[in-house]
Design a binder for this molecule. Structure first.
Ligand SMILES: [Zn+2]
Ligand SMILES: [Zn+2]
Length: 177
């Protein structure tokens, strides 16, 4: 079973200096609150299911990451619930024993792994760029704003994508001259 955490750190005292030792993990971790996502929120905890392995020079974290994701449809702005998922493989260096260059955010401190950087690096790319509430979402009318999934309007255009709408406006103003 997973155990909820109030932060994103993992106690690894039992694995340090024991190359070859490993431990399965199933933990809930607090998602960093500085992810800077435009139309998305990660409102809950991230769950990491995997294994932490003691290797020469540090610890290797492997597993699957999943976090609830709250998005806005790129066409109609309706809320969309989803999950951000990612497979992760990261080496955390033991600062006293690392043989290679140490990556900031992936260093063992006081027998703790702070998984904040891993959560950020894995979850941000897992957020879809243009989420849709459904594949055939008809979006909002660019003229009157009505939700075309729920109602029709008398506006002449059938163009849905606001980028095309902008081009159309340019051409019309050109023709008017
Ligand atoms: Zn939509
Ligand atoms: Zn309309």
């Amino acid at each position: 079973m997973s155990s909820p955490r109030s932060d994103s750190r993992l106690d690894v005292a039992d694995l340090l200096d024991r190359p070859g030792a490993s431990r399965r993990v199933d933990v809930e971790l607090a998602v960093p609150d500085d992810l800077d996502l435009a139309l998305a929120e990660l409102p809950g905890h991230a769950r990491l299911v995997g294994i932490v392995e003691s290797v020469v020079g540090g610890l290797l974290v492997r597993g699957s990451l999943r976090a609830p994701l709250l998005l806005r449809c790129a066409r109609c702005l309706a809320p969309v619930e989803s999950d951000a998922t990612s497979e992760v493989v990261e080496l955390y260096a033991d600062p006293g024993r690392a043989t290679a260059e140490v990556e900031p955010g992936y260093v063992i401190h006081d027998a703790l792994l702070d998984l904040g950087a891993l959560l950020r690096d894995a979850l941000v790319p897992a957020v879809p760029y243009r989420p849709l509430c459904r594949p055939d979402c008809r979006g909002l009318c660019a003229t009157c704003g009505v939700d075309r999934n729920e109602a029709s309007c008398a506006c002449a255009t059938t163009v849905v994508d606001p980028r095309w709408e902008a081009l159309r406006g340019l051409r019309l103003s050109g023709e008017a001259e």
